[in-house]
Design a protein around this ligand. Structure first.
Ligand SMILES: [Zn+2]
Length: 454
């Protein structure tokens, strides 16, 4: 979607216009993303496939086969990038021993994570995830070859490529690159990392989860190389019943921070001009299916899932076999690396943009039984300006805006009724990077929802 923002600027703010939309911002984001390499990701996925299986219940000690070997290789990649940037990455392995419906014996679920600490606001954190574990038809089969090239070698390769490319730069906020285990056994690694983020006290601005991002043709022959789906929840699950009554009264069923992250990514893809448009899917995940971002949502953090425009069900969760002349299995030859490169470029630009912008404020809107609407917010450290934005309640994207200086914490919009429009505010950095918009509704803030005391 193209965005049309109506800017209403008073002359006082003209110097800020340069700050809010400098011609260099898009170029800078494009430059961050440009080194993303399809060939490097092809090599990463070939290496991941070479471990035979990366099933969560496979060997953790075999030097050549199984999830342990795959995690150690990932660790080596992170160490190599860190060495090249003078030790800019802190490598940790948040882990937990888990038993569950798909984990019959206590098993160590181990993630491999690289942390690139922010230079100005290290507690504001953006997290990219992909899952390193793989499976075949029987989710409990830990011994058969499970190449998992696309599911989710593609997401893991994007995580590694993002670390390689972005570790050469510095950002005000922290970027976390995470290869997760245990996804196929029940989003186990996602929960381990979300718990770790909570325990660290991180202010997680966004989790970008990448799961199946490397094919462009479906099992029916339908192909689409020009779109990526971004899944986002609408009402904030984390608030549950507590939030539902407030949202019925004040709105917010289409304004969770994750939904605003989806709008942000849609605009960003347009600005990048890499031949990739975001298809916003307004549900948490595919019909009846799941992914690791859900555990971040459960923990209260904004999160979205990237996935291909068209899935191919013959090449995911399948035993390697040929049946009636038809090939089944998640093998590397079925992937589209030019497409994977574009999706990874969008991720890299998004990480850079989110880690360069201050987090969004927590806005409020008032104006019941009034012809005007007043939007208020409290100041955000590092913000050089704020964009107040509003849209018709049924509009996909933000439609109108006003740019306010850093000193502003209030804006009155004359003749615009709070009943018919949705309002939000974003923060803008001194060099023009803008956060996603936080909606002025219950549960719209990017911080976890805090239920009212009973
Ligand atoms: Zn997956």
């Amino acid at each position: 979607m193209r965005r049309i923002y109506g800017l209403c600027l008073v002359p006082l703010l003209v110097p800020l216009l340069g700050a809010a939309a400098p011609p260099g911002k898009d170029r800078r984001l494009a430059a961050y993303a440009a080194p993303v390499s399809a060939e490097r990701m092809r090599a990463s996925i070939a290496r991941l496939v070479s471990f035979g299986t990366r099933h969560t219940l496979s060997s953790q000690t075999d030097p050549k086969r199984g999830i342990g070997a795959a995690l150690r290789w990932t660790q080596g990649e992170f160490e190599r990038f860190s060495k090249a940037c003078g030790g800019c990455l802190v490598i940790v392995a948040p882990s937990d021993t888990v038993t569950g419906r798909r984990v019959p014996v206590p098993t160590l679920v181990r993630n491999m994570v690289a942390i690139q600490r922010g230079t100005e606001r290290p507690n504001d954190v953006v997290i990219i995830t992909g899952h390193i574990d793989s499976r075949v038809t029987d989710v409990m089969n830990a011994t058969a070859d499970a190449p998992g090239a696309n599911d989710d070698g593609s997401g893991t390769a994007a995580v590694i490529e993002a670390a390689r490319v972005l570790s050469k730069h510095k950002f005000p906020a922290t970027i976390v690159y995470a290869a997760l285990s245990g996804e196929e056994q029940g989003l186990l690694g996602g929960k381990v990392l979300a718990d770790y983020a909570k325990a660290q006290g991180w202010n997680v601005v966004a989790n970008l989860n990448n799961d199946i991002i490397g094919n462009s043709c479906g099992s029916d022959g339908l192909c689409d190389r020009d779109h990526v789906r971004v899944f986002s929840e609408g009402p904030r699950w984390q608030g549950r019943e507590d939030l539902a009554a407030l949202q019925r009264s004040l709105g917010g069923e289409n304004d969770s921070p994750s939904r605003n992250l989806s709008r942000f990514l849609d605009n960003l893809a347009d600005e990048l001009k890499i031949g990739l448009d975001v298809r916003q899917i307004w549900r948490n995940d595919r019909f009846g299916r799941g992914g690791d971002h859900t555990e971040f949502l459960n923990a209260g953090f904004p999160a979205v899932r990237f996935s291909v425009a068209v899935e191919n069900y013959d090449h995911q969760h399948q035993d390697l076999r040929v049946e009636n002349g038809k090939e089944y299995g998640d093998t590397i030859d079925k992937m589209d690396f030019a497409y994977l490169e574009k999706v990874t470029e969008l991720n890299v630009a998004a990480l850079a943009a989110l880690a360069s912008a201050p987090p969004p404020p927590e806005p409020k809107a008032e104006g019941a039984v009034s012809t005007d609407t007043t939007v208020t917010w409290s100041a955000v450290p590092g913000a050089a300006a704020y964009h107040v934005r509003w849209r018709r309640s049924d509009s996909n994207q933000w439609q109108q805006s006003a740019l306010l200086p850093a000193s502003a914490t209030r804006h009155i919009i004359k003749g615009v009724r709070v009943d018919d429009w949705v309002f939000g505010v974003s923060s803008v950095s001194k060099d023009g990077f803008e956060s996603p918009v936080a909606s002025a509704v219950p549960g719209g803030a990017f911080k976890p929802w805090v239920p009212a005391p009973k």
